[in-house]
Design a protein around this ligand. Structure first.
Ligand SMILES: [Zn+2]
Length: 115
């Protein structure tokens, strides 16, 4: 499963961050996941529960912040949501745009220590 390797990487990175801060246990880790990152949040939650076993994140909660995929339209000078599956077409001026500005994120944004 693709999400398991991602969850394992999240756990390893969060452990490193915690260790660098001198923290023994992590209570929660927050990740930003873009709509087009190819990650299913439910599958990621499930994989996280497997990956966290025996680590500093054994009791940690995974918080997934989903990021809407948005593209930029030069004609309107505005962003628009491309939807899922993505449709790269500005709804305002009815022109195509491939200029994706967000939606591919896959990053840790927070690691909370056990109080
Ligand atoms: Zn437009």
């Amino acid at each position: 499963m693709h999400e398991l390797s991602i969850a394992t990487a999240i756990v390893e990175q969060a452990e490193e961050i915690a260790r660098a801060d001198g923290v023994d246990g992590v209570s929660s880790v927050t990740v930003r996941v873009g709509e087009l990152a190819g990650v299913v949040p439910d599958a990621l939650h499930f994989a996280f529960e497997v990956a966290r076993d025996g680590t500093a994140l054994a009791a940690a909660r995974l918080v997934v912040e989903q990021v809407t995929a948005r593209a930029w339209c030069g004609g309107c000078a505005e962003e628009f949501a491309v939807g899922m599956p993505p449709f790269f077409w500005c709804p305002r001026c009815d022109q195509p745009s491939q200029d994706l500005r967000s939606g591919r994120e896959l990053e840790i944004t927070g690691v909370e220590a056990v109080p």
